[in-house]
Design a protein around this ligand. Structure first.
Ligand code: HAM
Length: 421
């Protein structure tokens, strides 16, 4: 250990070796959204804790066990955001975006989220999501649009081994009927006290229980698919048809519940088969009642969030490395004091002209400086000593071929721009 401090448990540093990939992943996940009319939005990383308890759900693990509550003057009024859907809807309502023009309001975001989970590979206490929300419209084409955009984003990264699980969670008409039937079924099982309590508060969550002894008892559980009302059935069928028409493959998963309480109708999850236990690389769905839950008008909405950390792991699992453009085009190597001043000025000029350039800092000899030039990934090294400068020249060395040519100082910027085109 070379420092007294370590990154907090469940967090990690995104270091230069992978940060290029992380940025490229964030860009790739967002690119399809930008092409589909979604505008960028940012919200604070902390909010009124009640926004999450009401929005995400009082009985969810996220709210009961995983919130980072901030203590302000002895009271826990604020919490770090565990997700952004509730915040984005809060921001939309606060700014009256839903009244200012066309619905749906379509926004996308990219940011860190915080959940106090038991850390393991792919599960962190600070993690990153790129997400999208389409607020204020009930239209199966909107659900399909978002799913297609997510699949296109994964495909654009070259990912292949991911699958989409799809379900409908019904609406306020049919879900309560199903809930009662499921509760009745669960009461008859041999379950521990905690699980029985969960069955009373949020029976659908029990379907998501990963323990084999629980799963074994759930074989004959009533399925929501059999309880969907006509409207929900027709809506779901349209989403499925639109996805099929867009060549999106999906697996119907009648037990897909998701860990947040606001979902209604369409719900989906993207899983990657190379990730072990933390296989969900993204997920989302429709949340038609959330606006009312946080004090707004009826605003049927749909959205998703894709996990950046897990998408990076999925790329690793598939052996995909994203080609990074080298950071610098030019690396300047001065020989002597006068050359330092001249080349430093040239580097500044090149940067101002839009050519990326770096400089051999620290008084280094030619050999060490040329090694730095190679390591920098630059295409050209710019070398000059007193004799070159006396003739108003610099040496331009192509680091791929090794060819070196003298170039007049006042022609350098133009020459480099031409060669780099
Ligand atoms: P979520 O399923 O909780 O949904 O999170 C979405 C994605 O974030 C997950 O599929 C996963 O890739 C990533 N993720 C979640 N927790 C962790 C963690 N502890 N460590 C690493 N990655 C993680 C939501 O957050 C909803 N807000 C999605 C949504 C948007 N629904 C409607 N609109």
């Amino acid at each position: 250990m070379s420092s007294t401090f370590q990154a907090p448990k469940g967090t990690y540093d995104i270091l230069p070796a992978v940060s290029g990939t992380v940025l490229a992943v964030r860009d790739a996940l967002a690119a399809p959204l930008r092409r589909a009319g979604y505008s960028y939005i940012e919200t604070p990383v902390f909010e009124d804790v009640k926004l999450f308890s009401r929005g995400v759900g009082e009985s969810t693990d996220i709210v009961t066990k995983e919130m980072f509550n901030l203590v302000k003057r002895g009271k826990e009024e604020l919490a770090l955001r565990p997700e952004m859907t509730a915040s984005v809807l809060r921001a939309t309502l606060q700014a009256n975006l839903h009244r200012s023009g066309n619905l749906p309001v379509k926004v996308w975001y990219s940011g860190s989220q915080y959940r106090y989970e038991r850390p393991q590979k792919g599960r962190y206490r600070q993690f990153w999501q790129v997400g999208a929300e389409a607020i204020g419209a009930e239209d199966p084409a909107l659900d399909a649009e978002l799913i297609i955009l997510a699949v296109d984003a994964y495909r654009s990264l070259g990912l292949k081994n991911f699958r989409m699980l799809l379900n409908s969670l019904g609406d306020r008409t049919c879900r309560p009927v199903y809930r009662a039937a499921l509760q009745e079924f669960l009461r008859g099982l041999d379950l521990d006290e905690d699980t029985l309590r969960r069955a009373e508060i949020n029976p659908l969550r029990v379907l998501d229980d990963k323990r084999p002894e629980v799963q074994a008892q759930l074989t004959g559980a009533p399925l929501l698919a059999d309880y969907l009302c006509e409207d929900c059935k027709a809506y779901h069928e349209q989403v499925r048809e639109l996805l099929t028409a867009a060549q999106i493959s999906f697996e119907d998963d009648p037990k897909l519940v998701r860990g947040l309480d606001y979902y209604t109708r369409t719900t989906f999850e993207f899983v990657h088969d190379g990730l072990g236990a933390q296989s969900a690389v993204g997920g989302g769905g429709r949340y038609d009642g959330l606006s009312e839950m946080i004090g707004g008008p009826a605003l049927p909405s749909v959205g998703w969030a894709l996990g950046v950390d897990r998408t990076v792991l999925a790329l690793e699992a598939e052996g995909i490395s994203l080609t990074q453009p080298s950071t610098n085009a030019v690396f300047a190597v001065p020989l002597g004091e006068q050359a330092r001043r001249v080349l430093f000025a040239l580097v500044t000029e090149l940067r101002r002209e839009g050519v990326s350039a770096d400089f051999a800092y620290g008084a280094k000899g030619l050999k060490a400086a040329m090694k730095d030039a190679d390591r920098s990934g630059a295409r050209f090294a710019l070398v000059a000593g007193e004799r070159d400068l006396a003739e108003n020249l610099v040496q331009l060395k192509d680091l791929t071929t090794g060819d070196q040519t003298p170039v007049a100082l006042d022609a350098l910027v133009a020459t480099l721009k031409e060669k780099l085109q």
